[in-house]
Design a protein around this ligand. Structure first.
Ligand code: FE2
Ligand code: FE2
Length: 269
């Protein structure tokens, strides 16, 4: 996959990151449960074989946010040798505001956090600083949204050292940054603009996301935007590519992204 230039600051040493997403773990359908568990296991073994410094999981860990499914995915992710960091997706905590929902996002978030820990955080791993956000809350107006903005905006001053990564589920935009409100696929314009301003202020170098179930690598204002392929199934539905991504951050701030497809049995859907 193509190489994307992040910014030009000197960063040292380099870091290796594994990015996976959209596991959609479920125990309600036995065939899907086995298939997706096999795919996740295959990805975990491949990732462990490449010895990354950290693993990022970009949301939709489960199909419907079921507590036991979340706990099961957590147990499997603990088989990773590297430290891993996850954020919730719309299937875990409910969708962003304005999309039909049968579960208030604040309740979904509380249930997720009981099993997985905070859905919004910062963490430092070697030369990398990760900010994880619960993007379903952005633009919701819920009290929990304020904590998200405090985390991302409190952290908004550029730092001299770490390579900064923002971990999202919803991408900033699916195809172009002027996408209108109400899209299923990306953040709405208001939270998108606010988040973009924070990204530029904080000098986040790399923004990774899930949700689209198809990989992409883009450059946006000198930053790298990278979308993860899914573990569970590719989109559009006849696209059978599933897998994860290996990201390498060079000492010069360059990000190299390589897709790692899984060789898998037939999907049953
Ligand atoms: Fe998904
Ligand atoms: Fe999603």
């Amino acid at each position: 996959m193509s190489q994307t230039r992040s910014d030009l600051r000197t960063i040292q040493p380099s870091a290796r990151i594994a990015l996976l997403s959209d596991i959609h773990g479920t125990s309600s359908d036995l065939d899907l449960s086995r298939l997706r568990a096999r795919r996740l296991q295959q990805a975990i073994e491949a990732i462990n074989g490449e010895c990354p410094d950290a693993v990022l999981v970009a949301g939709d860990l489960t199909e419907n946010g079921d507590r036991e499914d979340l706990a099961g995915i957590r147990t499997r992710l603990d088989l990773l040798n590297a430290p891993w960091y996850a954020v919730p997706g719309n299937h875990d905590v409910g969708p962003k505001a304005g999309i039909a929902d049968d579960q208030p996002t604040s309740i979904g978030t509380a249930a997720y956090e009981e099993v997985m820990g905070p859905s919004c955080y910062t963490a430092t791993v070697g030369p990398v600083r990760i900010t994880g956000l619960n993007t379903s809350l952005l633009g919701s107006g819920l009290p929990e949204e304020s904590a998200q903005w405090r985390t991302v905006e409190r952290d908004a001053e550029p730092l001299p050292g770490p390579f900064r990564i923002l971990l999202l589920h919803y991408p900033l935009f699916a195809d172009h940054e002027r996408e209108e409100a109400g899209s299923y696929w990306s953040l709405d314009p208001e939270p998108r603009q606010r988040l973009m301003a924070a990204i530029l202020r904080a000098d986040h170098h790399l923004i990774v996301s899930g949700h689209l179930h198809r990989p992409f690598v883009r450059e946006w204002r000198g930053r790298a935007l990278i979308g993860a392929p899914a573990i569970a199934f590719g989109l559009p539905p006849n696209d059978r590519s599933v897998g994860w991504m290996r990201l390498t951050v060079g000492g010069d701030g360059r990000v190299t992204a390589e897709e790692r497809p899984l060789a898998v049995a037939d999907e049953v859907r």
